[in-house]
Design a protein around this ligand. Structure first.
Ligand SMILES: NC(=O)c1ccc[n+]([C@@H]2O[C@H](COP(=O)([O-])OP(=O)(O)OC[C@H]3O[C@@H](n4cnc5c(N)ncnc54)[C@H](OP(=O)(O)O)[C@@H]3O)[C@@H](O)[C@H]2O)c1
Length: 248
């Protein structure tokens, strides 16, 4: 099913330089959607550059910086209105569970960064428009060392669900996708050395129903479904795409 009946739909995806956000941007471009993609790195990755003739607009920017979100809004105004928004930019860092600065750092990107992206673009959204925030499977369980990360995502989820009600009158439909363990560079940024990472991966794999991390496409496809008209009756839900991790 095509994502949209609109002749020239536009999407904004943050964190589009890598992992899940990159896979979402690629899929949207393949479906003929113009994509305003943002991440801190200066140039789009090669796989996006290869599709640049198809409607890619790249903005190098940081979702924690108001000036960068203003530039995003300005570009959106020129391209818009915006049909789809995926505030996907995120970071994950291991820290002591009582380390408040670790929470502030991760909330700044994962929570405030995502919400401020929507705030900056709210007036540029089409009616209707669909927004998919990114949570985490870990909100269902626990993971020692990631309390601050989980808290940032869980607070985002709480806010997104109420926003789904508040913004419904403007025909903005809001949901979340909570990925399970997905093979992306984020795992290499947690602060673990190679052998620690291998041992975490082993124990994670044992809980996954097919024994391996999700590939990004499985998560991106779920995000595209929630953006699409096929999900028009779904509001404020958290779709957990986790290869069964939270079932055991
Ligand atoms: N992979 C998993 O297992 C998993 C599980 C649950 C949830 N998630 C969530 O899924 C989302 C995508 O993560 P991923 O796994 O695809 O990780 P990733 O490959 O590390 O991608 C993260 C993206 O966010 C961007 N980013 C980070 N900080 C940013 C900032 N301040 N401003 C703008 N962009 C920023 C990065 O680009 P630059 O460095 O170029 O800025 C990159 O494009 C995140 O929200 C993450 O929390 C991932």
């Amino acid at each position: 099913m095509p994502i949209s009946e609109s002749p020239s739909p536009v999407a904004v995806v943050t964190g589009a330089s890598s992992g899940i956000g990159l896979a979402v941007a690629e899929r949207l471009l393949q479906q003929g959607v113009r994509v305003l993609a943002m991440a801190r790195r200066s140039d789009p990755p090669a796989s996006l550059q290869a599709q640049s003739g198809t409607g890619l607009f790249w903005l190098s920017g940081d979702v924690t910086r108001a000036a960068d979100l203003d530039r995003l809004a300005q570009l959106a105004r020129e391209l818009g209105p915006i049909d789809y928004l995926v505030p996907n930019a995120g970071i994950a860092q291991l820290a002591d569970g009582l380390d408040n600065e670790a929470f502030q750092r991760q909330w700044a990107v994962n929570g405030a960064g995502a919400l401020n992206t929507l705030a900056a673009l709210r007036d540029q959204l089409n009616q209707p428009a669909a927004v998919v925030f990114i949570g985490t499977f870990l909100s269902q369980v626990t993971f020692p060392g990631l309390a601050a990360y989980i808290a940032s995502k869980s607070a985002l989820k709480a806010q997104a669900r109420t926003l789904a009600v508040e913004l419904a009158a403007q025909r903005i439909r809001i949901n979340l996708v909570s990925p399970g363990p997905t093979a992306t560079p984020i795992w290499g940024t947690l602060g673990l050395d190679e052998s620690q990472l291998a041992s975490v991966a082993d124990s994670v794999n044992q809980r996954l129903l097919d024994g391996s991390f999700l590939e990004v496409g499985a998560v991106a496809d779920a995000i595209l479904f929630l953006l699409s008209d096929g999900a028009r009756g779904i509001h404020g839900q958290d779709l957990i795409v986790d290869n069964g991790y939270t079932l055991r």
